[in-house]
Ligand binder design. Structure first.
Ligand code: SF4
Length: 218
């Protein structure tokens, strides 16, 4: 049922020229993950070059790193998480999507969340965070990440947490205590324990078909 509803939304998205990004895309990047089993919706920023070529979100190096972090925490990217972006088409030169572009694409984002009805939403990076939370000047992603909060999407409240974007972690390799990578690890373990407390770790590894343990090598 969820998959049928999402397919209808996807077809509308495929024909969308609701903002200027539609004119330069090769593919819309609608989602990744199993809508029938996902308890978490993860929202990233926007498609990059590899995503635009393949039509799938988080498939470049940053996506590989995200998958590794999820797996390390005991979360299956393919079963537990439904991944989307704030906009479905790639901004030229990988720039940050504008407020107008995000507003034009918001209907697809809200429809996806409404159909999935996740137990939690992960806001991955500052662009996703700012799409749902009004920050004051003292608030930065470093200060709000890792905290459970409530966000409202189309009138419905959801439990949510902000995490670092994996692109940021590609520039910060340290796994020392307090480092961005260590904080990412702690945040995802927190999400796993809170939202998926009974999920078996070995189950995740077999589901993802990943070679575990390469976190520090990406
Ligand atoms: S980014 Fe969203 S609103 Fe803009 S053309 Fe693509 S699908 Fe339509």
């Amino acid at each position: 049922m969820k998959k049928n509803c999402l397919e209808i939304v996807r077809q509308k998205c495929e024909n969308c020229m609701g903002c200027a990004l539609g004119a330069t895309r090769n593919n819309i990047v609608f989602s990744d993950g199993d809508a029938a089993t996902a308890k978490i919706v993860l929202i990233g920023e926007a498609p990059g070059e590899t995503e635009d070529e393949t039509g799938r979100p988080f498939v470049g190096r940053a996506g590989q790193l995200l998958t590794e972090f999820l797996t390390e925490a005991g979360i299956s990217r393919y079963r537990d998480v439904y991944i989307i972006n704030t906009v479905k088409c790639r901004p030229p030169e990988n720039r940050v999507p504008t407020d107008d572009e995000k507003a034009a694409c918001r209907k697809f984002l809200e429809a996806q969340i409404d159909i999935i009805k996740p137990d939690a939403i992960i806001l991955c990076g500052a662009t996703a965070l700012k799409s749902f939370v009004q920050l004051d000047k003292k608030q930065t992603i470093s200060k709000v990440r890792g905290q459970w909060m409530t966000i409202t999407v189309d009138g419905v409240e959801y439990k949510a947490m902000t995490i670092f974007h994996p692109s940021y972690l590609l520039r910060n390799h340290s796994m020392e205590e307090g480092s961005p990578r260590r904080l990412m690890q702690e945040d995802l373990r927190n999400i796993k324990e809170t939202i998926l407390p009974d999920r078996d770790f070995s189950d995740v590894v077999s589901a993802s078909e990943l070679t575990f343990g390469t976190l520090v090598n990406i």
